[in-house]
Design a protein around this ligand. Sequence first.
Ligand code: FAD
Ligand code: DHB
Length: 409
Amino acid sequence: MRTLRTKVAVVGAGPAGLYLSHELRTHGVESVLVEWCSREHVERRVRAGLLEEGTVRLLRGSGLAGRLNRQGLVHDGFQLRFENTSQRISTVSLIGEPTYIYGQQEVVKDLLSARPPDDGSLYFDARDVQIVGITGNNPSVAFTVGGEQVVVEADFIAGCDGYHGVSRASIPAASLAFHSRRYPFDWIGLLVSAAPFASELVYSVHPRGFALASMRTPEVSRLYLQTDARDEQSNWPHERIWDELGQRLYLDESRTWERGAILEQVRVPLRATVAEPMQFGRLFLVGDAAHIFPPTAAKGLNVALEDASVLAHALIGWFRRGEVGPLEGYSATRLRAVWRAQDFSAWLTWLFHPVADATQFDHRRRIASLTRLAEAGSSAVAFADEYVGRSRRRPPSLSYIHELDGMEA
Ligand code: FAD
Ligand code: DHB
């Protein structure tokens, strides 16, 4: 058995874990990162693609954006289609901020290549990962790698191991509230070897269901299609998927659409979860380990990196300057941002996805809401603020005049 000692043990080498350990190392706080998959698997996993301005700023500020600056696609806005019309919503015109298209696995590759090679602080292919002693001052992460048992003792543990990880499960159930909502929809996601459907993203709301035409590069498209959560995968052969995409994107029949080879197909259940609090003893939950968003508003990766950044700076403050407040306040600070992003994601999910038993009333109301967004008034400005994530970067500005308790009726 091998025992190592570090300041922060990080579980999970997704974007959150990799970014956290990068920031810690840059500021002289050592960490050890433990991941149960192989490096190749982690680098190849295709997931998110839309980065908010705040995320891009974080990556630039950390010296990680060389390739992102060269290869990332900057989008001033997107198309919103409904009722056989296409409206352009320009977030740059509305609030001066674009969004960026750059694959999550590219962010992961950039984070991995920024690490010094083989410095012994990163373990892939770890088996039987366990978290021990989070209520004491010496928590540890134990695992086996290449048949050898390894124990990493640390001052703190960062649980960045996603929705299915061990970190959240290590917190006693009585100390954790786990809120969840399963939406009655799934998405089928395709990665396709073909030029993007349009030069910007197309969000399309059709009585048959929602469709999104996104992209990864000028040669690779990413397409999503709403299906009913109860629907069998076998009901969706490729021909039907292409046909539905064409109809839901209001594809003009005279236009030929390069379908291209399907490189990957996934089924994405639309769900939301939030674990409260996001810290217990010496364990902090970060990213998908603490919260899942339905993908509609593309918040998962962005909020995960924001969590990682806030926790990194709280830990740096603790180790370098003995600051307690930011670390103690981590959960409360992040939950405000998380619920804000959940609220927007839920609102957008219901707006974009017709339910199976929708009435004409529901349909007309949905069109009225979409029209309001397309009118570039105050609704569109508020929408853009949430969509590009600017709202989460503003400090809270609630002014409580007085507590309700004891107030006269
Ligand atoms: P993860 O990426 O899940 O990383 C967790 C890591 O922990 C993984 O490497 C995993 O292998 C590892 N791990 C798990 N268990 C253990 C264990 N027991 N021990 C050790 N390691 C473990 N978000 C956006 O912001 N924009 C988008 O456009 C967007 N689109 C999406 C589209 C799809 C189809 C999907 C599925 C998601 C999308 N998301 C999007 C969400 C985004 O991908 C996630 O929120 C993001 O991956 C969260 O990063 P993370 O590091 O917290 O978790
Ligand atoms: C992508 C996914 C989204 O949910 C979204 O709103 C925008 C882009 C994507 O994967 O490209």
